[in-house]
Write a protein that binds this ligand. Structure first.
Ligand SMILES: Cc1cc2nc3c(=O)[nH]c(=O)nc-3n(C[C@H](O)[C@H](O)[C@H](O)COP(=O)(O)OP(=O)(O)OC[C@H]3O[C@@H](n4cnc5c(N)ncnc54)[C@H](O)[C@@H]3O)c2cc1C
Ligand code: SF4
Length: 510
């Protein structure tokens, strides 16, 4: 039976059982499409990276003997729609059976479900063979529970997969080493050169220009620096183990004006496109740790493992547990717009300038820049979560809805009312100063609240707490901050609120 197998751009898993054997009756298809380049305005490097990895994948499987139909963005036969392309291929190649891998995005899942239901040939969907958990595992795990605590899920994952366990107890005597993961980087520990690939993407760039695809962000390096194949992903992972793991946990939350990646792995793009699996990543890191445990403290390894088997799987499970309703949640009733400087980096606030320019230059910002700088600012200025989602979904090379939405709308914007985070991740300038050197050379003064040169985060913070009192004052983790707010002199609070409202109304002047 002649079978067509669809490979979506984020399903480039060459280890998938589909590719174990060649079969002349099976043809694989990959499409570059306006449907995918235009559902949000993406960073130029994100479009480049997806096309580069897809083209490389197609070459790799073809050279392994598989039949491939690949439609480039400007191909005459390309209808730019997934279902129209599939219909045409099915007809032209007299396909009798259609197969696809379960998409990780709700949007594509619905589209392919509807398409398959209307086909007059047989069809089936198969597992991506990538994640530790199945789509609904997390929903089942938390069935009947009020709170979906990541920590509980993570501990269960550690036990279930026997990772960093000594019989049924956590290795090192603790489930987490969060307290030792909060150091400021002061330049005393040297950061190795970053592992940047020099993938030539000239043809792809002109294809994107010729197609007239609208993008955001910059691409000044001219070569694409993230891994675009399994081989490169493995190289990146090896580099991480040998050079960065040793301090990963220590400086996980640190930020610095001169350092883009610090000790972060830069693996999210490769993992999200499934060039490499989380199991491969964890296994490699654990093997390295077992061999070099004398030099590497367990806190570095646990910090990393938590991100992969904990946060990454948890975010995916939450996405499938609460979609499609999750996409519209706005519990804090926020409706402001993001300022223009999110697309230009043109602001006097040094922390935002660095986090945003990092994003514009590299399609990347590390976790704490995303959470405590751009996310914190968007929440304090009471921005509509739809606006925030669009920006995050477009700007990062690793942004795919299943992981972006839960991180942005949930963890960072608290728009889900606390399904993911137990309290909003908001802070004044003092936290930024504690974790970075941003405040040192900032136009604003981190210790002032209402003066012309006062750090905007300070007035925005107290104004936010005051305005969201109805939704937040009963949150037990916010009690201390509301006590402080209640003790504040009424006139002082009034001045602070006026300052904050001026900032919100004139964001691009700050
Ligand atoms: C507002 C916001 C939006 C985010 N959007 C995305 C997104 O679109 N895509 C994405 O992959 N990550 C997202 N994250 C999570 C995290 O910031 C990135 O995974 C990380 O910065 C990628 O860089 P890295 O590979 O160097 O990560 P490292 O710091 O080296 O971490 C290792 C790996 O752990 C995983 N990881 C770490 N934190 C998380 C998390 N919170 N959720 C899921 N996986 C995690 C990633 O796969 C990452 O590659 C977001 C976080 C926030 C706060
Ligand atoms: S002073 Fe305020 S605006 Fe400036 S870097 Fe620090 S936190 Fe950011």
């Amino acid at each position: 039976m002649k079978t067509l197998r669809l490979i979506l751009g984020d399903q480039l898993n060459i280890k998938h059982s589909w590719f174990k054997e060649t079969n002349n009756d099976v043809v694989y298809c990959l499409f570059e499409m306006r449907q995918e380049t235009d559902y949000v305005k993406h960073h130029i490097q994100k479009v480049i990276g997806f096309f580069a990895a897809m083209r490389q994948f197609s070459l790799d499987i073809e050279s392994n003997g598989h039949n491939v139909i690949y439609l480039k963005i400007n191909d005459e036969k390309n209808t730019q729609s997934l279902t129209d392309n599939l219909s045409k291929v099915i007809e032209e190649h007299r396909i009798e059976n259609f197969e696809y891998i379960y998409p990780d995005e709700y949007r594509l899942d619905e589209q392919l479900k509807a398409f398959s239901n209307n086909l007059n040939i047989t069809s089936k969907a198969v597992s991506a063979e990538h994640f530790y958990t199945k789509r609904d595992d997390l929903k089942q795990f938390f069935k009947g529970k009020k709170q979906y605590l990541m920590e509980n899920f993570y501990r269960d994952m550690r036990k279930k997969h026997d990772i960093l366990m000594v019989s049924d107890q956590p290795e090192g005597g603790k489930w987490n080493f969060d307290k030792s993961n909060r150091n400021k980087w002061k330049g005393d520990v040297s950061i190795p050169n970053y592992k940047l690939f020099k993938n030539n993407v000239d043809t792809i760039v002109s294809d994107i220009e010729n197609a007239g695809i609208k993008t955001i962000g910059r691409f000044t390096t001219k070569t694409f620096s993230y891994p675009i194949s399994r081989a490169q992903a493995i190289e990146q992972l090896k580099y991480f183990c040998e050079h960065l793991l040793i301090h990963f946990g220590d400086y996980q939350d640190a930020m610095h004006t001169e350092e883009t990646y610090l000790f972060h792995s830069r693996l999210s793009f490769a993992m999200n496109l499934k060039l490499i699996s989380p199991k491969d990543v964890v296994k490699t890191v654990m093997n390295y740790y077992r061999k070099h445990g004398d030099n590497i403290h367990i806190s570095q390894v646990e910090g990393f493992v938590r991100q992969i088997i904990g946060w990454r799987e948890y975010m995916r499970g939450m996405y499938w547990a609460f979609m499609p309703e999750y996409k519209d949640l706005n519990t804090l009733d926020n409706h402001n717009k993001l300022p223009d400087f999110f697309w230009t980096g043109n602001t006097k606030m040094n922390c935002l300038k660095h986090a945003i320019n990092n994003s514009l230059d590299n399609g990347y910002a590390h976790h704490i820049q995303r959470l405590m700088i751009t996310g914190n600012y968007a929440l304090l200025t009471q921005t509509n979560p739809d606006e925030v989602d669009h920006w995050y979904l477009g700007i990062y090379v690793d942004a795919i809805e299943w992981v972006q939405l839960t991180n942005t709308r949930g963890m960072s914007q608290f728009a889900d009312g606390g399904k993911i985070a137990t309290k909003p991740y908001v802070s004044s300038g003092s936290y930024v100063n504690k974790m970075s050197n941003y405040c040192k050379n900032c136009h604003y003064n981190k210790s002032k609240k209402t003066e012309d040169d006062a750090c905007p985060f300070n007035s925005l913070y107290w104004n936010f707490l005051d305005e969201k009192r109805d939704q937040l004052s009963n949150n037990f983790r916010m009690g201390m901050m509301y006590n402080l707010l209640d003790k504040m002199d009424k006139q002082d609070l009034q001045n602070i609120k006026e300052k904050a409202q001026h900032i919100i109304a004139h964001q691009d002047e700050y």
